[in-house]
Structure formats: structure tokens, C-alpha cells
Design a protein. Sequence first.
Length: 161
Amino acid sequence: MNKQELLDLYRQGERNFRKQDLKGQSFIGQDLSGADFSGSDIRGADFSQAILRGANFTSVQAGLQRSEAILLLLFLVLVAVLLGAVAGFVGTLLNLELRAFTNSFQEVTAGWAMVMLLLAFAFISVLEGITTGFSVFALAFMVTVGIAAIGPILSTLINPI
């Protein structure tokens, strides 16, 4: 059943829309008070700002449509790969920089700092959202690159050869 058919039936007084295929339909802002959608497939349907007083959604199939779920999964895998690559790059950059100017203890400290940075990114992303998580990660990345670039200069100034 498409959106228009459902709305026409609703205006005529019909409230029984059990076991209907409503995948991907948009009911934004519609008044569907008292409608019975029991057992319907509403995956990808949009009921934003709809009036649903007394509506029954018992045993509906809800969530993303299969194609949307696959795209979301691929996107998340891509983000994970990109974050892994960035983390690996930052870790390598820190490791190369610190090996030239530090001892083993400082390398271990840098490694733990990277682990803590990644844990902080994950924690902030979960609590505040992925945008904030990326912002904090980008800021930490810039600080790390800045320290890696300035470190040798400061080391030379403090301990001239």
C-alpha cells in the first residue's frame, strides 16, 4: 500500500492497516491517530512530526531497509579503516620522531599516550557524537604534529651539540 492510498482510506474512517508493506513511505506531519499498524513492515518509513495518538505499532518490522543497512555497514567499515590508517600514521610519526631523540621509556610513554588518545576519541564519540569525536581527534593530531615538529628544534636549543 502506498502513502496516498493509506491516507485516502484513513480520511474515509479506516483505521485497520495491519500487515501492510509501508517500507520507505513518508508520513511526515500526518495525523494518523488511532491507526493500527500491527504486523506492518515500516522499515525506512518516516513518521516525523506525525500525530500518532493511540496508534498501534505492535509487532512491526522497523529499522533500516536492507540496502540502507548495507550502505551504513560499508560506511562504518570505511570510517574504521580511515581511523586506523590515521592512528597508524600518527603512531608511526611519533615513533620515528621519538626514536631519534629519546630513550626506550619515552617511546613506551608515547605508545601509551596514543592508546589513551584513541580511547578518549572513542569515549567522546559515544557520549558527545562522532562530530565532536573527530574534532577532538583532529585537535590532538595537530598538537601531536606540532610537538613532533617543534621537539627537535627545542632539543637542539636546550642541548646544543
